[in-house]
Design a protein around this ligand. Sequence first.
Ligand SMILES: C[S@@+](CC[C@H](N)C(=O)[O-])C[C@H]1O[C@@H](n2cnc3c(N)ncnc32)[C@H](O)[C@@H]1O
Length: 340
Amino acid sequence: MLKTKAKRNKTLDTSIEEGKKYLERCISVNTPIADIQSIVDKTILGDTFQVLPQLPAESMDLIIVDPPYNLTKNFNGSTFIKCKNIDYEAYTRRWLAALEPLLKPTGSIYVCCDWESSLIIGNVLGDFFKIRNRITWQREKGRGAKANWKNGLEDIWFATKSNDYTFNLEAVKIRKKVIAPYRVDGTPKDWTQTQNGNYRDTCPSNFWDDITIPFWSMPENTAHPTQKSEKLIAKIILASSNPNDVIFDPFLGSGTTSVVAKKLGRHYLGIEMDKQYCLWAEQRLERAQTDKSIQGYVNGLFWERNSLTEQHTQATYPSKTAEDKNMTIGNQGILNLVGK
Ligand SMILES: C[S@@+](CC[C@H](N)C(=O)[O-])C[C@H]1O[C@@H](n2cnc3c(N)ncnc32)[C@H](O)[C@@H]1O
């Protein structure tokens, strides 16, 4: 049955009956795969613990993991139940042990978690990979607690297999307005003057306060309960992979990792056990065929939150490359403005 929703509500909630054709695009993997290229750019419908041992060793350039956190959470009828720390640690070890052989020697892995799961994941991750950093991002959503501080953050652990890994700093700089423009001999020091204001492209830190959680009026939003934002995943993919690399997500959910990988010209592969979520992932991938836009990432640059006006009026400020322009701006209206 078709559900009615508010006009501006863009949430993708196509049912299994309505979206059969998307589900039919998913694959199952029951036998060993010799060559990763034979299954890239697909969504695998299945249990990650059964599929991972079938995938070829050292085939992934970047692995992004957003596992169920140690919270009681209903994923479309399959409930992950909060367990004792010792049991969550065993669960984490299980998927890490299965993932470790799949990462290339030059590869990177990022693991998302809330602060409580972070205490365990951060500890265990170091037994399998070299930990490089812990990113904390401000999560501006969620209910307030009655007798505690409201949770307003999440962590992402960044680790690599060796000391030889990709990190594209220039690709993840953040454009900020210059508050106190400093000059040397009359020339702007590390900032650029434009008709629309003064800007500086700054090095990103491990604290991200420019992320918006997908909500109902955003085109990327689905009815998945714990969907990550495309902007957040874009930062990871741009920093830690190169075009045509293979990006892998073993707990794919609504498909955010695959969608962003596709928009940014990478290959992707994801595993999800729920049919409904697989369907939404494939529907989003179809949309990404024509719409490469990523909210908050415009003209090859990440922007601070609430800077939409500046993003659209940057006609006089140089983009990084012509290629960036084409790749990241799906909205023709914005393209026209920036292209002038
Ligand atoms: C935290 S969510 C991932 C959300 C995702 N990052 C997104 O943007 O939509 C974790 C997902 O893992 C899936 N999942 C949990 N256990 C799984 C398993 N053993 N095999 C495959 N998928 C699993 C759940 O159904 C859920 O969709």
